[in-house]
Each structure stands twice: as structure tokens, then as C-alpha cells.
Design a protein around this ligand. Structure first.
Ligand code: SF4
Length: 342
């Protein structure tokens, strides 16, 4: 994806127009000649175009719904933060393995919420409750927020808001390189900007509709030069022919691009590929030709919440992954911090 996301169809909740951002978005899409419609609730958009389920799914991914976030109770977001801050839901990317496919079910359209001030007030309350502890908010739990933010700037507002707090921290992760409007945000060092990166094979085969790796790395360089604390999530770490070389090459490219002074405060998060039985069913339906290996027999079962376990790599494979990735991290970024491997 070389151009920023532009929806083909936009739905508005009527009340969204009572907020400045709602108004602004309506005017913007009208000017651009993009079809807009109204819907009673962002949770129930009916009559999405498309004859088959597959068509509906694809069209939904290019549809934006502009609504109001009614529940201001934030979900928890372990292990990377205390709370998920809900600025948007859904994503226009087509990563075959994406967990949003299972969590969003029949609503794969992209939703953005215009009551940003109310969401930020709720965040302030959470910070206050935990004081004097630091409170971290994750903004990319239910969407790739950077991929939509050129339209709304709600992430930018959030970065600046959290920048003014003493005890609030913000983090998010993205597979998109459209970061320019975020470079001058007054983040005050309170936002950790993370990029999701992977071996070429994984990006090429399983991440259609996202930015190429080189663009992500280039954007990471810009973000580092803008003084943001930086992080990388390598996920899903996926075994394929030549994977050792593929991941080594990834680290080499990061090493070539990142300025020296940004390296003192870099974090890594490593997540091996996993799937659940329900996810496998949805992936096979949405991406029937995927090469993604989803064979339970080859994997190790790990018990999970609500009785839905995950299939992860065998212990010896997991040890191999750890040994290679830890090795690359230590070689190329000796001062980086590993936040977790899961
Ligand atoms: Fe899912 Fe992230 Fe890919 Fe979007 S970019 S489809 S949120 S994995």
C-alpha cells in the first residue's frame, strides 16, 4: 500500500455531526465526492454492498463508519499496557493472520470515534486512579490507528494530550508509513511509537494492503529523529524456508536505517505465530488461498481463556526462534530492551 487509506463509502451516525471532528469529516468526504450515508449505530451498519460474503468482506474493509464511542470504560491491555484507549476499531489491511478477523466477526468495516475529548477525559480519570503509578495506554488494540490517522488526527491529539500529563504514557504499533503529520506532535517523550516488522517472506505472502517493509523502516527513522521513543514488534514470527536468514536480514536493514542516538531507548517485542480453531475457520473463509500454515498436528497446544486454546510452535522450534532472534537483537541493538517473547 503506497497511498494512504481513502474509504470508498462512509457511514455517519447522525449524532456524530454534533462534534467538530464529525462535521469536518463530513465536509471532507463530500468535497472529495466520496459517497456518504447515515446509519443509526456504528455497531449495526446494515445493507453493506456486496453479493457474496467474500465481496461484502472486501467492501467492508474499504468502508469507514464515523460514530460516537458510547462506552468509555477501557479494556485492559496486557502485557504491553494497562488500558486500551479506544480511538478506532477495524483496519483496512488484509493480513491473513490478523486476530481482528475473529474479534470483529461480521463487522469488518473501519470505525472511528469523534468524541475524542470524552475519550481523553476518561483516560485522565484512569491516570488519576492509579497515581502515583504510571498508566500506559495502548492505542492499537483494535485497529491500526496510524493507518487511519491522516483522516482524523485523533491519534495526534491523543499524543499531545498524553504529552502534557506527568503519569500517562501512550503506545501503539503500526504497519503503515504515513507518519509525517505526527512528526511535529508535542509528544514530550510520553509516546512509544512502534512498528510491526517481519521477514520479507511473511510481508510478501501474508500482509497485503499494508506498507512495504522499506517504507516502514524509513518511517521508523523519521519517528526516531522526531524524538519519539521507538519500538519494534516482530510478529508473527513465522517459520518458513530460510527464516533464519530472513529475520537476520530484517535486523540488518533496521541497523542500516536507524540513527545512532535513537538506539539507547529501543524496545523489542517478539510474538511467535499462533492460531486458535475459530481463527483458523475465519482465515480459511476470508483468505481461502492463503499459504499460512494452520496445521494443529504440527503445533503445541497452549490452554487459553474461555477454553479457547492457541496452537503455537513446538518447544524445540520455539527455542530455535528465541536463540536466533535474541542473537540478532544483541548483535545489532545491544542496548535495546526485550519487553517479552510470547
Ligand atoms: Fe490486522 Fe494490523 Fe494487518 Fe490491520 S495491519 S489487518 S490490524 S495485522
Amino acid at each position: 500500500m503506497n497511498k494512504p487509506f481513502m474509504p470508498r463509502l462512509v457511514y455517519f451516525e447522525p449524532n456524530a455531526l454534533e462534534y467538530p471532528l464529525g462535521q469536518e469529516l463530513k465536509e471532507k468526504f463530500d468535497k472529495l465526492g466520496i459517497e456518504t450515508r447515515f446509519t443509526t449505530s456504528h455497531n449495526q451498519v446494515r445493507n453493506l454492498p456486496g453479493d457474496t460474503d467474500a465481496q461484502k468482506y472486501r467492501i467492508a474493509k474499504t468502508t469507514l463508519v464515523v460514530g460516537i464511542r458510547k462506552t468509555l470504560k477501557f479494556d485492559t491491555s496486557k502485557p504491553s499496557a494497562e488500558y486500551a484507549i479506544p480511538l478506532a476499531t477495524g483496519c483496512m489491511g488484509h493480513c491473513h493472520y490478523c486476530y481482528l478477523q475473529t474479534t470483529m466477526g461480521s463487522k469488518p468495516y473501519v470505525r472511528t470515534y469523534v468524541n475524542v475529548e470524552e475519550i481523553l477525559n476518561a483516560a485522565d480519570q484512569y491516570i488519576e486512579e492509579r497515581a502515583p503509578e504510571i498508566t500506559r495506554f495502548e492505542a492499537a488494540c483494535t485497529s491500526d490507528i496510524v493507518g487511519i490517522d491522516h483522516l482524523t488526527h485523533s491519534l495526534k491529539r491523543t499524543i499531545e494530550h498524553i504529552g502534557q500529563t506527568e503519569l500517562g504514557r501512550l503506545r501503539f504499533v503500526t504497519k503503515f508509513h504515513f507518519v509525517d503529520h505526527l512528526l511535529d506532535a508535542k509528544h514530550n517523550g510520553n509516546t512509544r511509537f512502534r512498528f510491526s516488522v517481519n521477514a520479507d517472506y511473511v510481508i510478501k505472502n501474508f500482509e497485503p494492503g499494508t506498507s512495504p517493509l522499506d517504507k516502514r523502516i524509513e518511517a521508523a527513522g523519521k519517528v526516531a529523529r522526531a524524538g519519539y521513543p521507538l519500538g519494534f514488534i516482530v510478529a508473527p514470527i513465522y517459520l518458513h524456508e530460510g527464516w533464519e536468514e530472513g529475520y537476520r536480514h530484517l535486523f540488518e536493514r533496521l541497523d542500516e536505517e536507524l540513527p545512532q542516538d535513537a538506539r539507547e531507548d529501543i524496545t523489542f517485542e517478539f510474538i511467535q505465530h499462533r492460531f486458535t480453531k475459530p481463527a483458523k475457520r475465519v482465515i480459511e473463509k476470508n483468505y481461502p488461498k492463503t499459504k499460512l500454515e494452520l496445521d494443529e498436528e504440527k503445533r503445541r497446544y497452549k490452554w487459553g481463556k474461555y477454553g479457547i486454546g492457541k496452537y503455537i510452535y513446538q518447544k524445540d522450534e520455539e527455542d530455535e526462534i528465541k536463540s536466533h532472534l535474541y542473537g540478532y537483537m544483541e548483535k545489532y541493538f545491544p542496548n535495546a530492551k526485550l519487553e517479552y517473547f510470547t
